[in-house]
Design a protein around this ligand. Structure first.
Ligand SMILES: Cc1cc2nc3c(=O)[nH]c(=O)nc-3n(C[C@H](O)[C@H](O)[C@H](O)COP(=O)(O)OP(=O)(O)OC[C@H]3O[C@@H](n4cnc5c(N)ncnc54)[C@H](O)[C@@H]3O)c2cc1C
Length: 396
């Protein structure tokens, strides 16, 4: 039966859900303080996001990422170029049996992927910008690359508007409106009330401020990203230069190719991050974080260590305790679903997340529901959640 569905948050999760729900015939409205293409501080809003199926030994994410890559290709057909299949290269100083590189390579092979294992000579020949002898092993997966994040958000907003989706822009959800254990709408910070049959909160790092009890399930962590101006952009341009991860489980360092329109090389640190309040705290990169990045590059990619920083900012991960997404109906409030917990890796799944969220809203079974259900923080972590501790990098 078609319902009226209200969604708080127009980032990757909210827009993806709106697309799937309208495709199933529901009437959908979105509420977001800054509206289409979203809040400048939204995690989804950036020039580019990595799309990879490298998930340690986790078959579920590898499978879901493979499905997402197929959909990015379909979206390229349907909407124009939103995804660049540059391939992705993982490098490390040496093979370690349980390392991210070794486990992801084994999983890629299990999935029958045509990956190319690389040794020191291959790396020196293909990536002359990598400091000789610093990273001597790894592999290249031709499947994977990066998405035009901001363009993808804008494209989905246009598509949703064409489908008659209402965007309540410049309005902010204060809390769910609940009576007798049933949610009947959203109370807004301007005193307004929007009512519907089912409410969906996709508030990213802000979710803990919106849903009672969620503040213990999600933790906003600040992660720095930088846009660099390189002296020799051709060398950082596909097909010769793919998305690269430089011993990422130990350094947190990733590099995206020269962006075709922004003319910058985006780099970042994927670590435990800093606890930040999404509403009150500034989003400023510290000198320490910049020093860490420079030090990593002086070790592995000296040209980038010297490259001017054109722009930098702190963006917030919405971390769950196990870094698995949080997509489920509220256990105590009916007609209310929460979808968040991107944990630094959610954007790539935008083409496939919507159906997972829509199944939960409709109360239908979904093969990923078990992994993303409302849960008590489990003692054991998901295999892919290991991120280097920022404090360790600071101490070095
Ligand atoms: C530095 C960084 C790098 C990343 N790199 C990658 C990558 O390479 N690949 C990848 O797959 N993922 C990456 N991610 C993760 C990815 O960006 C996120 O998982 C994903 O974008 C989360 O989408 P979201 O919709 O949950 O949150 P957001 O995009 O943050 O959207 C939340 C929305 O909620 C709205 N909102 C907030 N409060 C309210 C309110 N009160 N009422 C109404 N609306 C509200 C906000 O305005 C915002 O638009 C990265 C994240 C960061 C921070």
């Amino acid at each position: 039966m078609n319902s009226n569905i209200l969604i708080a948050g127009a980032g990757a999760f909210g827009l993806s859900a709106a697309l799937a729900l309208t495709e199933r015939g529901h009437r959908v409205a979105l509420v977001d303080p800054t509206g289409p293409a979203s809040h400048s501080q939204a995690a989804s809003r950036d020039i580019s996001k990595i799309v990879r199926s490298e998930y340690w030994s986790d078959p579920a994410y590898t499978e879901l990422a493979e499905a997402a890559i197929d959909c990015w290709h379909e979206w390229n057909e349907r909407f124009g170029l939103l995804y660049h299949e540059t391939g992705i290269t993982l490098l490390a100083p040496a093979w370690q049996p349980d390392s991210y590189e070794a486990q992801s390579l084994a999983t890629a092979r299990k999935f029958g992927k045509q990956v190319q294992q690389l040794d020191a000579d291959d790396i020196a020949r293909r990536f002359p910008m990598v400091k000789k002898g610093s990273l001597t092993v790894g592999y290249h997966n031709p499947r994977g690359g990066y998405a035009e994040a901001l363009e993808a958000l804008r494209t989905l907003c246009r598509e949703l508007m064409d489908r008659g989706v209402d965007f309540h822009v410049a309005r902010m959800v204060e809390r769910p409106a609940v009576r007798g254990g049933r949610c009947f709408g959203f109370r807004l910070s301007d005193g307004g009330l929007l009512e519907a049959d089912h409410m969906l909160v996709c508030g990213g790092a802000w979710t803990g401020t919106l849903i009672p009890g969620m503040e213990t399930n999600v933790r906003p962590t600040g992660q720095p990203l930088f846009h660099l101006q390189v002296a020799n952009p051709v060398a950082y341009t596909p097909p010769d230069f793919p998305v690269m991860m430089l011993d990422i489980a130990n350094t947190g360092t990733y590099v995206l190719p020269q962006h075709p329109t922004q003319q910058v090389v985006k780099v970042g640190l994927h670590t435990s991050g800093r606890d930040l309040d999404p509403v009150r705290d500034d989003r400023i990169v510290t000198d320490t974080e910049t020093r860490i990045l420079r030090r990593m590059f002086s070790k592995y990619m000296p040209e980038l260590a010297a490259a001017p920083i054109i722009d930098s900012r702190i963006c917030l991960y919405c971390d769950t305790p196990d870094c698995d997404f949080w997509i489920d109906r509220h256990p105590d409030i009916a007609n209310l679903t929460v979808a968040c917990g991107g944990s630094g890796h959610g954007f790539k799944f935008m083409p496939v997340l919507g159906d997972i969220i829509a199944d939960v809203v409709e109360g239908k079974p979904n093969r990923y529901h078990g992994k993303f259900r409302w849960r008590e923080p489990a003692p054991e972590q998901s295999p892919h959640s290991e991120r280097v501790d920022l404090a360790d990098l600071t101490r070095d």
